[in-house]
Design a protein around this ligand. Structure first.
Ligand SMILES: Cc1cc2nc3c(=O)[nH]c(=O)nc-3n(C[C@H](O)[C@H](O)[C@H](O)COP(=O)(O)OP(=O)(O)OC[C@H]3O[C@@H](n4cnc5c(N)ncnc54)[C@H](O)[C@@H]3O)c2cc1C
Length: 195
């Protein structure tokens, strides 16, 4: 899976702190260290609405439809997902779950190859892509764009980075968190994604 940052609010910590300071007219106290200290305090108080002033957008490639179905349940995020109705997806790979042995994976790949052959056959016979796709496995990879504000990113990462979450979406959460921590350590450094 590849997770690429497409856009992030420039200087997000400065913006969040700038907005938060309006409530106490303390704008004059601004500096990188002071801003970060303020953000950490706000988070510890549960005053997370100020995190909504910054946002980040990622392009995700090579995620299975199974994981994408889970990710797109997050209603406060915005999405674009590659359409299997309009895009020919015969070259999309099958995502390999780590629990499958070599032997099991070979069988899964053989079944996937057979499904792709049938997909091609159906399209050649005039079946629309939107119907031919019904025979493709849920492990077929997809591409999507996800955008959310920092408050929602914290929510997504907490839920999807927890032990109870599925391995593939946890992998996504880990990569998104790594990138977000680089850009806004005060907002994200208290979070972690379990192995
Ligand atoms: C480990 C795990 C297992 C899961 N298993 C299942 C399952 O078996 N079946 C299943 O269907 N789903 C399952 N889910 C999905 C889960 O039920 C949620 O749909 C998903 O995690 C999105 O969470 P959310 O609603 O908190 O977040 P978001 O949609 O991202 O919303 C963020 C927050 O905004 C607020 N919010 C958003 N919309 C509303 C609203 N309409 N009203 C009030 N407050 C709102 C809530 O505080 C919410 O937490 C699972 C999720 C996890 C993490």
């Amino acid at each position: 899976m590849k997770v690429e940052l497409l856009h992030i609010t420039p200087d997000p910590e400065a913006l969040i702190a700038r907005c938060a300071r309006v409530s106490h007219r303390s704008e004059s106290k601004s500096s990188l260290d002071a801003d970060r200290e303020l953000i950490r305090k706000l988070i510890s108080w549960g005053h997370e609405s100020v995190l909504e002033f910054a946002s980040a957008t990622f392009l995700v490639e090579g995620m299975s439809r199974a994981a994408a179905n889970q990710l797109t349940r997050h209603r406060l995020a915005s999405f674009v997902q590659e359409s299997q109705r309009f895009v020919d997806v015969r070259d999309r790979a099958l995502v390999r779950p780590p629990t499958l042995t070599e032997e099991q994976w070979e069988k899964a790949r053989a079944l996937h190859r057979r499904a792709v052959e049938l997909y091609e056959e159906l399209i050649a016979q005039g079946v629309p892509k939107e119907d031919a796709r019904y025979i493709l496995p849920i492990g077929t990879e997809t591409r999507l764009v996800i955008s959310a504000n920092f408050r929602e990113w914290r929510h997504i990462i907490r839920l999807r980075g927890a032990k109870a979450a599925q391995w593939e979406i946890r992998r996504f959460a880990r990569e998104a968190l790594r990138i977000l921590q680089e850009h806004a350590p005060a907002v994200f450094s208290d979070l972690e994604v379990v192995e």
